[in-house]
Design a protein around this ligand. Structure first.
Ligand SMILES: Nc1nc2c(c(=O)[nH]1)N[C@H]1C(S)=C(S)[C@@H](COP(=O)(O)O)O[C@H]1N2
Ligand SMILES: [Mo]
Length: 311
């Protein structure tokens, strides 16, 4: 079950941030070893639930093989669970409760509402899509997500004309999410945003599952965003609040390091990040290098939204 992934090229996004989070490293690695068995038991229970499989949309075929499920659920960035160890993240979730779950939708809309996720999931037109996934740290995967179009929910809540952006807020439960206490200086909760046209784009999904099963906790259960043409941090996990705004919303990574994490963060091989050339992807787990594609290969769907200056 353990997945060995090459380490030589790894540098974390978290290295942009203060040293304090590293202090408890040894203690937490011991705890993680203990939590491991429980974490796995919970995960197989979740996998046994039905109702998460959906028909795959044949429009989205890829130039690379689908990533093995054990790989994409065993190598994660979910800092609220673990702020620097991708392979331990999966073992930190035993206290994290994902059911029941509600999502408050608010701001500049005519029909504000708090949604129950189970109702939403049963009612929305679910589909599976195999998308490329690209982290700004350069590692890349190909994942079959199950979810529905973000535009479907946006239409339901009927945005006012002044609504130009959407802000997403992740769960804020330090007692369930050990990484939040390991990184006390982060501006929690995790928050991200999209421009309205990006949110309405037919690629943009709300996701509740992967590989035909419920989304594992480490992948952002029970409800996350997927924007496959942007670097991974623009796809926030464990969302509890969605707010429609007139102004560009601040984001967690932009607050931590504005020079390195712009609002748009579209995958672009000709715009190097200060710490990582973005000219190639590193496929997980093989380490194989592939040329990074403009907009992560989704140029046909998204290029018309931009003038090339968005970073
Ligand atoms: N709430 C929350 N969402 C998050 C993150 C996080 O730390 N917290 N990490 C982001 C980053 S940096 C990446 S690369 C992806 C990783 O998603 P995955 O673990 O499902 O591959 O989630 C993004 N969404
Ligand atoms: Mo990332």
């Amino acid at each position: 079950m353990n997945i060995r992934i090459r380490k030589d090229w790894q540098i974390n996004e978290s290295e942009a941030t203060p040293e304090s989070i590293y202090l408890n490293r040894r203690k937490f690695i011991q705890a993680a070893g203990f939590l491991g068995a429980q974490g796995l038991a919970v995960q197989s229970l979740l996998a046994a639930q039905d109702g998460y499989a959906a028909t795959r949309n044949p429009e989205f075929t890829l130039d690379r093989p689908m990533t093995d499920e054990r790989v994409s659920t065993g190598y994660n960035n979910f800092y609220e669970l673990h702020p620097y160890d991708k392979e331990q993240t999966q073992f930190m979730a035993s206290k994290y409760v994902v059911d029941p779950w509600t999502i408050e939708v608010t701001g500049l809309i005519n029909k504000p509402k708090t949604y129950d996720l189970d109702d939403l999931r049963k009612r929305m037109p679910m589909e599976e899509r195999l998308y490329r996934f690209r982290c700004v740290e350069r590692w890349a995967m190909a994942v079959p997500w199950t979810g529905f179009l973000m535009s479907a929910l946006i239409k339901e809540v009927d945005p006012k004309p002044e609504a130009k952006y959407i802000r997403f807020v992740s769960v804020n439960r330090p007692d369930q999410l050990p990484g939040m206490k390991m990184a006390p200086s982060y501006p929690w909760p995790y928050h991200e945003g999209l421009r309205m046209d990006e949110a309405m784009n037919p690629l943009t999904m709300f996701v509740t599952g992967m590989y035909g099963k419920a989304l594992p906790k480490q992948n952002g259960a029970p409800f996350r965003v997927i924007t496959p043409w942007k670097y991974g941090y623009k796809s926030p996990k464990a969302i509890v609040k969605i707010e429609f705004t007139a102004k560009e919303p601040p984001t967690l990574w932009n607050k931590l390091n504005a020079r390195e994490y712009g609002f748009y963060s579209n995958v672009n091989p000709s715009v190097p990040h200060p710490r990582w050339s973005q000219s190639y992807d590193i496929m997980i787990p093989t380490g194989e290098r592939k040329k990074t594609l403009l907009y992560n290969g989704y140029e046909n769907y998204v290029a018309s939204m931009y003038n090339g200056k968005e970073h």
